[in-house]
Design a binder for this molecule. Structure first.
Ligand code: SF4
Ligand code: SF4
Length: 391
């Protein structure tokens, strides 16, 4: 790999994965299959130093995520320290355990924004996807606590085959809970989502219907609710600019202290990751081999190398390229110029059309290898018209 000759500008944001602990066990969780145990987590003093180093480097935002970041008792102190360092602070949470008292503590600490995730608008759907009984009631209480604390909130709606018909209900829920922003994001197939892909993949007809409902809702609620929309890569024609480009906009620090260019980067076997216990944030950002491996465009082969979009999408997602082609340096198969693109679309079509009972037999909850025969919903019984020879 060729390292860039000049120092890269600082990242925009630090994604602080402070823990992998979480009361929920979502079948699409993007956490790695090998979760970091509580005993392996960074100490509070390490995180305080990381936050100071991030601010010193010029990072502007810190997003506290996990797992469930509220599982760490020191979270208010981490937020307070980040705020003192001048970082914009955002909390990404399942909402489990977020009551009025804790909401006030977080706001007093300097928290500025909360992203609250919802798996479905129906209680049974949330329980089924998250493997946690009564989760929707917890999320409603969390939304009340967020509002009472005067914090701005985005509702994160994760879309899959089992809830794709409920876009209007997600919009209504966001408005009812007082969110000013709704992110309608199809499942991204990493971590647990990748191994449960056949259970979650929407049909192309569902995707079209979701896209139409999002457009209609945007027009209807303009001025009251901003709606962001992320489509599934498997039906895309062009890839997303994953992480805004490798080593360009974001640094992830995982619960064990590994500094990663993206949260799924540990799936790439040849990369070595430095630990924030051993190297500073600035040193890692500039010099760590993992950050320079796919930074810029010098690593690209054709068709990306000569493509006029190479500095727009940066070749798409390295982890997805590895997962679907076996080569992390390949063009993301989400791109129509990839020789693997057709096979990717056929794979999605076939999995989305599988009879639900068969797909459900393959579901694996986060943190468990136990299989549970409960499908998210009836999918179409339409068979894929062609046989996929790829992957
Ligand atoms: S996706 Fe679900 S299991 Fe994973 S961290 Fe979020 S709430 Fe927890
Ligand atoms: S060929 Fe590469 S740079 Fe061009 S659009 Fe596809 S992924 Fe992006």
């Amino acid at each position: 790999m060729i390292a860039p000759s000049s120092s890269p500008p600082p990242p925009l944001a630090l994604l602080a994965e402070v823990t992998h602990r979480c009361p929920m066990r979502c079948v699409y969780c993007s956490n790695p299959l090998e979760l970091v145990a509580a005993s392996g987590e960074l100490e509070e003093a390490d995180w305080l130093r990381v936050l100071s180093e991030a601010a010193e480097l010029g990072i502007l935002q810190v997003h506290f995520s996990g797992g469930e970041p509220l599982a760490r008792q020191d979270l208010p102190r981490l937020i307070a320290h980040a705020a003192r360092e001048g970082l914009y602070t955002n909390l990404i949470t399942s909402g489990i355990g977020l009551d009025a008292a804790l909401g006030c503590r977080l706001a007093d600490a300097g928290l500025e924004h909360v992203q609250l995730s919802v798996q479905d608008t129906e209680a049974t759907g949330v329980d089924r996807i998250g493997g946690f009984q009564g989760a929707l009631a917890h999320k409603r209480r969390a939304a009340d606590a967020i509002a009472a604390a005067g914090l701005a909130m985005t509702l994160n709606a994760v879309i899959h085959r089992g809830n794709a018909e409920r876009i209007d209900a997600f919009v209504s829920l966001a408005l009812a809970l007082g969110a000013r922003r709704l992110e309608v994001a199809h499942v991204q197939y990493y971590g647990w989502g990748l191994i449960n892909r056949a259970w979650l993949m929407p049909t192309i007809d569902q995707l079209r219907a979701v896209s139409a409902r999002v457009e209609a809702a945007r027009a209807q609620h303009k001025g009251a609710l901003v709606i962001d929309y992320v489509i599934p890569d498997y039906y895309a024609r062009l890839p997303k600019s994953c992480m805004g480009g490798w080593g360009r906009r974001f640094m992830v620090v995982d619960p064990a202290g590994r500094a990663l260019p993206c949260h799924a980067a540990t799936t790439i076997p040849d990369l070595h990751f430095t630990n924030v216990r051993d190297a500073s944030i600035a040193e890692t950002w500039e010099h760590a081999p993992a950050f320079n491996a796919f930074r810029g465009t010098a690593w690209m082969a054709e068709p990306c190398r000569s493509c006029d979009r190479r500095e727009l999408d940066w070749g798409g997602c390295r982890c997805q390229a590895l997962a679907l082609t076996g080569d992390a340096a390949a063009t993301d198969p989400a791109c129509h110029k990839s020789p693997h693109h057709r096979a990717m679309v056929e794979l999605a079509t076939r999995e989305a059309s599988a009879p639900p009972a068969a797909a459900a037999g393959d579901v694996t909850y986060r943190g468990s290898r136990r299989r549970r025969p409960r499908p998210p919903a009836a999918a179409t019984s339409r068979k894929a018209e062609e046989t996929c020879s790829g992957f």
